[in-house]
Design a protein around this ligand. Sequence first.
Ligand SMILES: Cc1cc2nc3c(=O)[nH]c(=O)nc-3n(C[C@H](O)[C@H](O)[C@H](O)COP(=O)(O)OP(=O)(O)OC[C@H]3O[C@@H](n4cnc5c(N)ncnc54)[C@H](O)[C@@H]3O)c2cc1C
Length: 469
Amino acid sequence: MLPEDVAALAAVVAGSVLLPGDVGYDDERAVFNLNHELVPAVIVVAQNAADVQAAVAFAADRHRPVLVKTTGHQMVGTASGAVVISTHLMNEVVIDTAGHKARVGAGALWAEVVAEAAKAGLAPLNGSNPTVGVSGYTLGGGLSPTLGRSHGYAADHVLSLEVVTADGELRHVDAESEPELFWALRGGKGNFAVVTALEFALFPVPRLYGGGLYFPGERMADVLRAWTAWHPGTPETMISSFAVLRLPPLPELPEPLRGAFTVSLRFAYTGTAEDGERLVAPLRTVAPAILDTVRDMPYSEVASIHNEPTEPLPYYERGIMLREFPEEAQEKLIELVGPESGTTMWIAELRALGGAWDREPAVANAVATRGLPYSLLGVEVGPLSQEKQLKESVAALLDGMAPWQSDRRLVNNLAPEEAPDAAVIYGPERYRRLAAAKSKYDPANMFRINHNVVPDRLNSRSAESPRAL
Ligand SMILES: Cc1cc2nc3c(=O)[nH]c(=O)nc-3n(C[C@H](O)[C@H](O)[C@H](O)COP(=O)(O)OP(=O)(O)OC[C@H]3O[C@@H](n4cnc5c(N)ncnc54)[C@H](O)[C@@H]3O)c2cc1C
């Protein structure tokens, strides 16, 4: 793309328009996973919805695909030849204290929303990592490991969206104005439009009892069995997960965790601290803990429960959902990532679901994973030169657990190369409905550099399929 091609675009955009070699181009194409590179033809750093409209119209005129980047936590493909719309400048957060809701720009991060909402004693359905973007997370379902079991998916509580569709139109989308688009966007992710703002419900949760109990990795079997027997009997206000961690000797980790092989139970309980302590007590006696961070805390400190990295790093991750987790599956997990496994896996994480995650929301949406009791994630960390080994390690875990795996999956947990799997993870009926909505709102598949829902009319044209990117 030549500078003169973009001059007219740059003239109308309030943000900036960047070509390869421009100052700022490299910063704007940077993503969270250092093993992933974007090489777009042009980047529009949008400052407002009009900038997004201009970028979409520019791409449409030139038959270029569009990739939306909020934080770059889950990129698909390299965006070679594409227009990237970077939304991080659109990060305003407005809390409606009386109405228990937030309106945020497309570029807002969970850390910003949690902090602002907490000032009003309110909390959103945020994820485990504070640097994840609200937009991609929510459109992909949004599985909150702190409030999801009691409230459901983040997508279930979206009240309205402001979006730019492939025709360049700015639309207000809610249950009344554009019901089918509203259904598809909440779960179908970035396939239908560029979201410029979201409005969603907040909940009166000023504090919680939560944190992590860390045990020696050698005690994995005892901890896993105890937790698996324990969590189904807990109230929906208690959310918990299990993780096997092989941590590097990083100075920012608390001393007992530096370089440790450990198993961790994570808790988020919104009842009283006394009840929380009583509920967690039996697990505290399973083995001697090497670290216990479970305590009463303001909701603003929620990120400390999972204590995930917030700076970009090189990694490979992939997640599935389990239909069930019987004794044989527990034994298999111990064999695959336990002390005798020989694996290098950084993180193997099992989240217990159920509760409100299983219930249909007031306004139905495209989230496909209701009724599935567990999510399982494998994360390996290492440079691109070790890509083959990292992928094989994650595959060994997930393939090993395949007998208990559901076809239905959360799009937020798919790896980049799993883009063609979109047709499977939604189930055939939901996918057909998504493809019909796609045909209506993005018939040329402009928004295809993602876990792509292919419009009906393009389904047989391989040149336009995501595999071609
Ligand atoms: C460390 C870590 C922790 C995580 N924890 C959780 C968790 O607890 N629960 C959970 O559900 N997920 C979790 N995720 C997955 C996360 O939700 C996805 O990676 C999500 O895509 C990140 O959203 P983002 O806005 O940062 O999007 P980006 O990575 O910037 O974008 C990913 C894709 O989302 C779509 N998208 C983003 N913004 C827009 C927009 N404005 N309009 C239209 N489409 C858009 C586009 O298709 C885009 O390509 C985690 C990921 C990581 C790396």
